[in-house]
Every structure is written in structure tokens, then in C-alpha cells.
Write a protein that binds this ligand. Structure first.
Ligand code: TMP
Length: 225
């Protein structure tokens, strides 16, 4: 989504340094505005001099970007959900190996735009692949690498659809009932592991969402110092 008026808090808050060496995922339904918020967050981190590694899924490596093209191409309408699941995991395995694990080993803050939480919501809750199977695949793809925190930008499917515009990719074009199950899938993950998740109400304007995000992250950072 286009970030017209970037307004991370000024000056960038000191608690951001406490996040170095952690792995944080920004996630949520299509149209939740998570990418705008991620940009604002990483801008604030850079302003503070936080050592940062930013990645996106699917993609984030040359191999992964090619997998992304296959996954999101609307010509591939026939793609089976099992195939889809394995391709997302394949892209992720390469990203963990090539980028995320080395960055964490260097003590960087790793910020990912989507991760296993997306597969659990889209291919699991909405697509019908059993959650236990996805978690087994995730252990193969990621080995011991797990996010310390997943920030979920929560928005209902009607508000999200309004933000998406007309040019939808293959996943975005799956319809309202699918996206309702996606949202429920995210909220279920947060209920199951509240300590690892923050749910941010993303139905408001971007500045209000940014303010909630920084408040929630600051509280999480002091609780997990
Ligand atoms: P993006 O629009 O945030 O770049 O995400 C690409 C699409 O891929 C989005 O519709 C969500 C979808 N997706 C899955 O269905 N499963 C996954 O595991 C990931 C990472 C993304």
C-alpha cells in the first residue's frame, strides 16, 4: 500500500534498541496496511541506528522472488493448495538459510513482512490444510528459527477489500468468504499464544494505527527485556 505521509514517532523511541537480536513478523490480511506500518517502523529503527534486516515473503532472496512470481501469477488459477503451501515453505526455507539466520547470528533485528503465520491463516484456516501439518513443514523449512513476536494488523474483510483497489493478484482475488477465514485464522493464532502475538486494530487511519503499534511494541519490549 502507498505510504503517502510517513509519520513514525519523532524522535524515534529508545526502546527500539531493545529489539536488536529479535525476530519480529508483521502480518495480517491483504489490505490490512501492514506493509505501510512496517515501513514506518523500519524508518524509525534506522533513525535510531538500530541494526536491522528487513525481509518480505514470499520472496526476499533471488530463489524466493522467482517462487513468488509463480505463486502470485493469476495465470496459475489451477494451483492446488498443497502445492501452494509447499512453495511458500520453499521460499521460506531459502530465506531462513540465506538471510534470517545469519542476520540473527549478527545480533540484528529481523523484521519480516509475513512468515509462517501467513501460511497458517491462508493455507491452513482458509485453505483447509491441517494446522499440525503446516507446523511440521515449518519445522523442516525453518529448523529452530521462530519469531519472537508476530504483530497482526487486524481488519475485517469489507474494510480490507476497500483498500485493495481493482488490480488483485491471485491470492487477493479469492473472495470475501476466504478472506474472512484468513482473518479468523490470524485471531486464532493470537488466542493460542498470546505472549508471542500483538493484535493491532488496523481499521483506523494509518497514523492512529502507527501510534497503537508503537505503544504495544514498547510495552512488549519492556515485558520481554
Ligand atoms: P503480500 O501481498 O503481502 O506481498 O503477500 C502476498 C500474498 O501471498 C498475500 O495474498 C498472502 C499470500 N501468502 C499466503 O497465502 N501464504 C503465505 O505463507 C504467505 C507468506 C503469503
Amino acid at each position: 500500500m502507498h505510504d503517502a505521509a510517513p509519520t513514525p514517532p519523532e524522535p524515534a523511541p529508545a526502546f527500539l534498541h531493545a529489539l536488536e537480536g529479535r525476530f519480529i513478523v508483521f502480518d495480517g490480511p491483504d489490505g490490512s496496511g501492514k506493509t505501510t506500518q512496517l515501513r514506518r517502523f523500519t524508518r524509525a529503527c534506522r533513525a535510531r541506528g538500530v541494526r536491522l534486516c528487513e525481509v518480505r515473503e514470499p520472496g526476499g532472496t533471488p530463489v524466493g522472488e522467482r517462487v513468488r512470481d509463480i505463486l502470485l501469477d493469476r495465470a496459475h488459477e489451477e494451483m492446488a493448495v498443497r502445492c501452494e503451501t509447499l512453495l511458500y515453505m520453499a521460499s521460506r526455507a531459502q530465506l531462513v538459510e540465506q538471510v534470517i539466520r545469519p542476520a540473527l547470528a549478527q545480533g540484528e533485528l529481523v523484521v519480516a513482512d509475513r512468515f509462517v503465520s501467513s501460511t497458517l491463516a491462508y493455507q491452513g484456516a482458509a485453505g483447509g490444510i491441517p494446522i499440525d501439518d503446516i507446523n511440521t513443514l515449518a519445522r523442516i523449512a525453518c529448523d529452530s528459527v521462530r519469531p519472537d513476536l508476530v504483530v497482526i494488523f487486524d481488519v475485517d474483510e469489507r474494510a480490507a477489500a476497500k483498500r485493495l483497489g481493482l488490480l488483485l493478484d491471485r491470492m487477493e482475488a479469492k473472495g470475501a468468504a476466504f478472506h474472512k477465514r484468513v482473518r479468523e485464522g490470524y485471531l486464532e493464532q493470537a488466542r493460542a499464544e498470546p505472549d508471542r502475538h500483538l493484535v493491532i486494530d488496523a481499521s483506523h487511519d494509518a497514523d492512529t494505527v502507527t501510534a497503537s503499534l508503537f505503544d504495544a511494541l514498547s510495552a512488549w519490549a519492556s515485558a520481554h527485556a
